[in-house]
Design a protein around this ligand. Structure first.
Ligand SMILES: C[S@@+](CC[C@H](N)C(=O)[O-])C[C@H]1O[C@@H](n2cnc3c(N)ncnc32)[C@H](O)[C@@H]1O
Length: 406
């Protein structure tokens, strides 16, 4: 089977997540670009399940045809015939069909009005009314797809250009943007001053830990509980969230009560309490944790060149202490997925210089990307085997690592 996956804002991170979630199922990578990926899998994938699991993938669909670009541009009946065939093979109710097109890898948006009118006429001849959904961008967004019920009441056809080839695909599922938005902005407690990780990023990081048994999860800097919330939705059997700040624990408890009610699911297996990470091994049973995913204290939001040296020293000490404690808590061969701050001052970028000391403690850095993708220039890996996640204008960037307890 050949699939396309539309990547999120940080393609390297999306590919790291695909590497973790599809690991042994990837047969061949056919195309990697800034915004999409085409690959063959050994076994059929459950697209809806996978979409729900992953935080960094925008759409998943099936590639149905591969043709030459010249034929694609010349043959006016190609798209209408393809769409008709797909409609015939689909199970949705065929009283009013909604359809749309998206273009990826094309230099410009192709004019599709004429094609849409041919399709509408063809369907009308069969007694089926239809609605064509268009937009000014090259591709339909997930907001447009969801608001217009395109995937429930019809189909989105996606076209992918790869030099002289065009792939034609049909979208199977797309990211539930309203749910992520609710989990981010709709929860009762938020904490802008301490910083909150976007739920999508928290989910990607949990996936990078590849903890298939989902036994015992810990976020030792839980803040208002974003990782704990995602681990709960991902069905971890036991979940612990700790933070040294009492107010953060109160907020996390309120947020968890809210998500528990929304999901109608008990939170008896979640424990949230106040603890300094430097003394955590006295509070949690040793060698009981199967995955840590966390965003520790990253320093102040604004930084000056002058104070950077001392800040890096202070943060390095906190992180080294934390990893000493993690060594006692985390089971052998299990992982810590963690964010390090990168300070972006006017003059230079400062990274935490603690990789050697963590290695000496017995923490092995894991590669985030499956070797099948590594040659590709879309992947932005640095010599620290980490991926940087940032938003425009941010002064503190997030550097994502996976460490294994060896
Ligand atoms: C960036 S915030 C985490 C935000 C969280 N990921 C969320 O989405 O709400 C970092 C947290 O680390 C906590 N913290 C700082 N130093 C700590 C320490 N020594 N032990 C435990 N928690 C600490 C802070 O109270 C803060 O809540």
């Amino acid at each position: 089977m050949t699939y396309f996956l539309i990547l999120g804002n940080n393609p390297s991170l999306s590919i790291a997540e695909i590497s973790a979630c599809l690991s042994n199922n990837i047969k061949k990578v056919k195309k990697v670009s800034e915004d999409f990926l085409i690959l063959e899998t050994k076994q059929e994938i459950e697209a809806k399940k996978l979409q729900k699991e992953m935080g960094g993938i925008v759409k998943i669909g099936e590639i149905k045809k591969e043709i030459f670009l010249t034929d694609f541009l010349k043959d006016k009946n190609l798209i209408p015939d393809f769409l008709e065939e797909e409609i015939n093979n689909s199970s949705f109710l065929k009283n009013k069909i909604i359809f749309g097109f998206s273009f990826y890898g094309f230099k410009r948006k192709l004019e599709t009005k004429e094609t849409a009118l041919i399709i509408k006429q063809k369907l009308k001849n069969k007694g089926i009314s239809s609605r064509w959904i268009s937009c000014s961008e090259k591709a339909l967004s997930t907001v447009i797809l969801k608001k217009n019920k395109v995937l429930e009441k019809g189909l989105e056809v996606c076209f992918f250009q790869d030099c002289q080839q065009v792939f034609l695909g049909k979208t199977l599922t797309c990211q539930p943007w309203e749910e992520y938005s609710q989990r981010d902005f709709g929860r009762p407690e938020r904490s802008i001053e301490k910083g909150m990780i976007p739920p999508k990023l928290a989910r990607i990081m949990i996936n990078l830990g590849k903890e298939s048994l989902k036994s015992c999860f810990l976020d030792p800097f839980c803040g208002s509980g974003t990782f704990v919330q995602e681990a709960f939705l991902m069905d971890f059997k036991s979940i612990i969230g700790t933070d040294k700040d009492e107010q953060s624990i109160i907020k996390a408890k309120k947020n968890l009560a809210w998500i528990s009610k929304r999901e109608n699911k008990s939170i008896n297996h979640i424990s949230l309490f106040r603890a300094d990470v430097r003394k955590l091994s006295k509070k949690i049973r040793n060698q009981s944790i199967s995955l840590i995913a966390t965003e520790p204290y990253l320093g102040p939001l604004t930084i000056k060149e002058k104070g950077s040296f001392y800040l890096i020293k202070e943060l390095s000490s906190l992180y080294e202490f934390a990893f000493k404690e993690f060594k006692a808590l985390v089971k052998p061969q299990k992982k810590v997925v963690i964010i390090f701050p990168v300070l972006n001052t006017e003059k230079k970028q400062y990274f935490l210089p603690i990789l050697d000391s963590l290695k000496n403690m017995g923490w092995q850095r894991e590669s985030l990307i499956n070797p099948v993708f590594l040659e590709n220039k879309v992947i932005k890996m640095n010599n620290r085997s980490s991926i940087i996640y940032s938003r425009p204008e941010q002064k503190v960037l997030r550097e994502i690592f996976v460490f294994k307890n060896i």
